[in-house]
Design a protein around this ligand. Structure first.
Ligand code: PAF
Length: 272
């Protein structure tokens, strides 16, 4: 296992399969690493808690950090290289921190873009910088952050000259046995909150028995409120642009963001 901190040590990573993470690796990340392995290329895991994707007052300072355990877990899952840069390596000068032009799916849906202003811009900024530094042939992202996945896909599709041949691979959300989507933020949950958090999964399931978007959205809200969750959004959208659907939900995606006190959780599910 090669652990790299500096940009000029990254040559062995070029052309590999990148799994970008903010560390605190859990089984969901390990599944992404195993998926990366299937590309046949060298697997590179980045560990970087990106300050620019957190708004003031969000959990940047307390976001879990445990580099040694993450390196061991990445190696165990099959990664060959860990890239664990300092902030100065990722953002050395003004010129290199430019945020790429945001695609419509990062601006129009009124989901994460509206609830966390600046968040998706920060994600695009860091992911673009990681792509520039690591120069991967593949990059793997989980479906749990579904808008993020679509935004990165759109950003990459628009920048074929900057990252020639780069393929974005989506991986299904990995869940706890009871259905809760794996997330590094789950460890913030107190035991009673952990039980209430299951409301997201239950609401998504309930939505899937409906055929009309308005009915599906009502069902989700009532399940979430039944678990005393504060709803940021509980919607059914088209699965490529995340815009509202007129009638049939069968090609849609249900998406939820909800809060339990200070903890904010997101999840989503396709029909069928
Ligand atoms: O999904 C995440 O963990 C982060 O948003 C990412 C893609 C690693 C960028 O910091």
């Amino acid at each position: 296992m090669l652990v790299v901190h500096a940009a000029d040590e990254l040559a062995p990573a070029h052309g590999g399969a990148l799994v970008p993470t903010m560390g605190a690796l859990h089984a969901g990340h390990l599944a992404l690493i195993r998926r990366a392995k299937e590309t046949g290329g060298r697997v590179v895991v980045s560990l970087f808690v990106n300050p620019t994707q957190f708004a003031p007052g969000e959990d940047h300072a307390k976001y879990p950090r445990r580099r040694a355990a993450d390196v061991a877990a990445a190696e165990e899952a099959g990664a060959e290289i860990v890239f664990a840069p300092e902030v100065e390596t990722v953002y050395p000068t003004e010129a290199e921190v430019a945020v790429p032009p945001l695609p419509p799916v990062a601006i129009d849906p009124g989901l994460e873009d509206a609830c966390r202003p600046g968040h998706l811009a920060g994600v695009c900024q860091v992911v673009a910088r990681l792509f520039d530094l690591v120069r991967p042939a593949h990059a793997i992202f989980g479906e749990k952050d579904f808008q993020q996945l679509l935004v990165i896909g759109a950003m990459t599709a628009r920048a074929t000259e900057r990252w020639p041949g780069l393929e974005i691979i989506a991986h299904p959300t990995v869940r706890e046995p009871d259905g809760l989507a794996m997330s590094s933020r789950n460890e913030y949950l107190a035991p009673d909150e952990r039980a209430r958090a299951l409301g997201l999964f239950e609401a998504l399931h309930a939505a899937r028995s409906e055929t009309r978007p308005d009915r599906a959205e009502e069902r989700m809200r009532s399940v979430l409120e039944g678990h005393a969750l504060e709803v940021d959004y509980a919607v059914v959208r088209d699965r490529t642009k995340l815009m509202p659907l007129a009638e049939d939900v069968s090609h849609g995606r249900a998406l939820i963001a909800a809060r339990l006190g200070a903890v904010r959780l997101i999840d989503n599910m396709a029909w069928g």
